[in-house]
Design a protein around this ligand. Sequence first.
Ligand code: ZN
Length: 649
Amino acid sequence: MMKRTVISAVLGLTILGGDVESAGVPADVRSGPLKDLNGYFPFDPPGSTEAWAKRSAALRLQTQVALGLHPMPEKTPLKAVIHGKVAGDGFTVEKVIFESFPGYYVTGSLYRPAVPVAGKAPAVLCPHGHWNNGRFLSESEADVATAIRTGAEKQADAGRSPLQARSIGLARMGCTVFFYDMIGYADSVQVSYELAHRFKQQRAEMNVAAGWGFFSPQAEGHLQSIMGLQTWNSIRALDFVEGLPEVDAARIGVTGASGGGTQTFVLAAIDARPAAIFPCVMVSTAMQGGCTCENASLLRIGTGNVELAGLFAPKPMGMTAANDWTKEMKTKGLPELQRLYGLLGKSENVMLHDRTEFPHNYNLPSRMAMYRWFEKHLKTPRPAPEEEGAFTYLTKEQLSVWNGEHPAPAAGDPEAERRVLRHWSEDASRQIGVKPSLVDEALPVLAGRSWSEAGVCRWEVGERVQRSGWLEMKGWIENTGHREAVAATFLYPDQWNGSVVVLLQDGDAGAEAVVKSGAAVCLPVLFSEPSPGTPARARHVEGDRDFAGYTHGYNDGVIKRRAHDVLSVVSFIRGHERKPTSIEVRAAESHVPEGALAVALIPRDVVGKAVFAETAFRFASVSDIRSPRLLPGALKYGDLPALLRRAAR
Ligand SMILES: [Zn+2]
């Protein structure tokens, strides 16, 4: 343990205390383990409506940016096809195909009441979760028998497909119901199930500058994910139902369980159209969604599913809990959502159907709760049933949208995948070209911090040595708000001219010349990964799946953390009692990306001058998904040149 002197200020040299024992380097939370999707994600509702208005706007933006939907892609013609009507008892079901992006097909079943309702009808979107074969689900006889024995179901056909049961139940209540396929399920074949939900290893042929695929460093650079595409498909599904002649656009509901619950609350978070939602067995402070289709870089940094679901407040949200990761929702998550809804004056609009005696499900008791929720909040033409009516299970042959007249597109088609991603990025690039402020809006999300969030910093001195002409001080800039620490050396000239030069570089080359010119010098040592690990590869969360979203969806990457350090350094200098008259940042080539990312966020009246060394580095040259320089979103928003333009002064 070292003896050292605590002083309040590095530049002012006011000695407050005597020698004290110290534990050493200030704590830095970033030296701890990475957070992953199995972490703890509590929600702390704000104390005022103003605070929530601000927080919810920021979180909504973060969600849109993370999902690759900022800007929202241009809505191209759906070219919807509805065909092959099958009549059931009290309902009809039709086959639907539309294009969410040109040439990319969304498929599903459209359930309608057999007898059209008088006036306009409510509509309900039914995203599904990871149930085997999704829309073609057929549970085994043994599983159906168990469901009936345990009270989860009463009828065999509903047990065979609770997904069909809910669509039919809602149609019988007078709703128009669109039950659409998740990517890679049932008739959604262009991007395969294996790729979308079981991705494990990077594909060399898809890790290329032009014509990249999902999960590649390029896709991360453009914030293109399966979750983003799935959310876009849901937005287009809203467009589709909204365009149906009988649908009342003011009465649209969304409900799904598990991964379908994720889709439900994420869609509702960023699209204003749903009027009531019912996400089942998903919203909780525990596991956040295990699949690649439920994760995206940047999405859950500083937040979690409970708060994301809260973005729908104060509109009506019913949820269910079961004996899974939602089993503690009643005491962890629900009370906080109730506080938020109470704050917004709509306590009655949030509800939990807590049935933890059942395993993970969307079973009959949950459906009955959902029917009642939508009866009340969508004002369904017919009431929720006392008993869910029987129906005859519809086979894959009856439900498949593809036939001779509407042939299926190629399955697992890398060209279709490339086409989607190319269209998506070209559209974003065109919109950003027209409106560059989109970049400025997204930058704090990319960086994980804005200037106003830089944090309050203090100096913790390590050692001081008087040199000839200046004082050399080594210590740490401790960011107390963020619980981070940056090791730094300050050179403080005996005759200080009031300016401070921050040198972002390895070593102290050139520092002496600057201090001799009369400016104070700051030499920070920016964040680097704690051992183990080689400098060339950043840490990642445990697991054998090579998807950046599992790490970058919960943690700031190395390059962001280094930029945070620059913000801390400048924030400390700016806030110092000696009030420097000017702050300049100079970055050596090795430090340009993080320096530019940070300075791009700092107002010109704080850092008045910035000098960046010439560099050939571009984020586009990052070809390893585990590179410490992987910055999700960097390519979409203009790469290093866009940062340098904003950092220039
Ligand atoms: Zn999935």
